[in-house]
Design a protein around this ligand. Sequence first.
Ligand SMILES: [Zn+2]
Length: 258
Amino acid sequence: MAVFKATKESVKALIALQALDLALDENARDLAAVPSRKAAEEAAFEAKKGALAAAKAELTRLQVEKKNMELKAAGKEEEIRKHQRDLNQIKSNDAYKALENEIAFAAREKDEAETAVLELLERIDAAAAAEKAEQAAVRSLEVSLGEKLAALDAGAAALASAGDGLRERRAALTGSIQPDLLERYEFLRGRLKGQAVAEVSGRPGDKLSCGGCHMRLRPQEAVDLLKPDGLAVCGECQRLMYLRATIFGAVEKQESGA
Ligand SMILES: [Zn+2]
């Protein structure tokens, strides 16, 4: 394993820079997600409006159907009355019987139409209630949509300003990192799309592995990590590796207590 020569102060600043950059990545991801989150809220509202339009259309359809059935019943009633008037003028027995059959047939059709009207009245009541419920849902969603969109906009503004803050801190930090180390870091970060500096997991004397690719370190690599003036380079992923205890001292000693 290669070792990248660097002062402890530079390494500390680089580790802080890495944390800032990861925070910036997350900030950018969150910010980029805002338009699609707004679009999703708007789409949910449009879908609800669609449900209301469908409920309205169903109510209208039932009302038209009821009107048609009422017209049909009235038409049959008129037909029956006309046939009954005609009945008085008929001389032949057969013709009389035939007309009586027609009257009975029309009466059945009139009954059916009237029954259909009653059924439609019930369905219209239910459809009107459904439409009213959809209307209420659309109204309340409209209010909450406005609130949600405003919250998302406010969140986006907060993210943007947090991003500005992070970038300012980043600019201040890069000044305290030696240029060749910073250059190597930027190159690795561009190539790895994220983490370029990895803390080694495990403790000295134990089995150690790269915090980036999780490959086990060889014994010589573990020895290199204990040198205070440099960063080890992972032979697998090329990330710059450090051991927390080497860079920051034994700050975590109290946890191993007893
Ligand atoms: Zn690695």
